[in-house]
Design a binder for this molecule. Structure first.
Ligand code: BLA
Length: 288
């Protein structure tokens, strides 16, 4: 299809407007630093914004739009470590033929081993996963390791691009973002410093995973060159990876260690799996 009629700008606008109805966003230094970022191809239009708010450590968005070849949305929002709230995650990669999408409130703690966390945040949100299951169906096998960062309401899809899909995706984005704002609104700050520490480490582990293994990296490298792509990933998209903790990727994910002590470049050590949605509508894990 012709991508020139589609844009992810209205997704970002919606999120900013609705966040500002509830709290006060303050621009972060990283926004200033990356706002005049330019792509090597001289045609992609970029928009990089980042903010914080009293309960929000980082709300940032990067869009890359070139109507001839691709539209990219990478939007995420992280609470301050005093809250164990999930991470809002909206990633979309749209070409004239296909759209690859992950939309989720990524859990801070793996829901398959923390049923209490699953109960606390996802039980009442389960209807959301049903609502979009027909038009945004499960995208098939994915990097197995990614699954522990996904929640039972995750929308993971790869579908033919169309105006309809784009509209449905906007509607899903609105629902999921409102749900996230609601969780942030309701969140009360943890007073137990040892639990705040755990929250901080869980966010750091997530940032470390994504800064190292995000599927978008090869495209960022092509558009910006290796040095700038690395800065963009570590200082903008996953800001906090160099400050929220001191553990390394291999500390968290030792199975990626090569004999010479470096990180295996493969995205997955286990391989891809989960051909079908591994959670049922009650949020129970049903894959073996
Ligand atoms: C593919 N993106 C994918 C896939 C996933 C994600 C699961 C399928 C391939 C795989 O299983 O690895 C997204 N994976 C995620 C997310 C998390 C995760 C969000 O673990 C969070 C925990 N995608 C982007 C951006 C670009 C992009 C910004 O989000 C481009 C700049 C591109 N994603 C992209 C491309 C593919 C892809 C090109 C298909 C090619 C490939 O699989 O490498």
């Amino acid at each position: 299809m012709d991508l020139s009629t589609l844009s992810y700008q209205k997704f970002v606008q919606f999120a900013l407007e609705h966040t500002n109805l509830r709290t006060t966003l303050t621009p972060l230094p990283s926004q200033e630093k990356f706002k005049s970022l330019k792509a090597n191809d001289n045609k992609s239009v970029l928009n990089a914004i980042s903010f914080c708010a009293p309960k929000i450590r980082l709300l940032r968005s990067l869009t890359i739009e070139d109507s001839q070849s691709m539209l990219v949305l990478d939007f995420a929002a992280f609470s301050k470590p005093e809250y164990d709230a999930p991470i809002f995650c909206a990633n979309a990669f749209t070409t004239p033929s296909r759209s690859i999408v992950v939309l989720d409130l990524n859990p801070l703690y793996d829901v398959t081993i923390h049923p209490d966390y699953k109960e606390k945040y996802y039980k009442k949100l389960m209807p959301l996963s049903e609502k979009y299951s027909e038009l945004l169906p499960w995208g098939g096998k994915l990097t197995s390791e990614s699954l522990k960062f996904f929640s039972p309401i995750v929308i993971w899809t790869t579908v033919a691009s169309s105006q309809l899909v784009h509209d449905v995706l906007f509607s899903a984005f609105v629902d999921y973002f409102k749900a996230w704002l609601e969780l942030i609104d309701e969140a009360t700050d943890e007073k137990d410093e040892s639990l705040v520490l755990l929250n901080r480490e869980a966010q750091h582990k997530y940032l470390t995973w994504r800064a190292e293994k995000d599927p978008g990296y090869s495209i960022l490298k092509k558009l910006f060159g290796e040095t700038l792509a690395k800065d963009l990933v570590r200082q903008f998209l996953f800001d906090g990876v160099d400050s929220l903790g001191s553990k390394t990727f291999l500390d968290y994910f030792p199975e990626y260690r090569l004999e010479n002590g470096t990180v295996n470049k493969k995205r997955s050590m286990v391989g891809k799996s989960y051909e079908t949605r591994p959670w049922n509508s009650a949020g129970e894990f049903i894959a073996d």
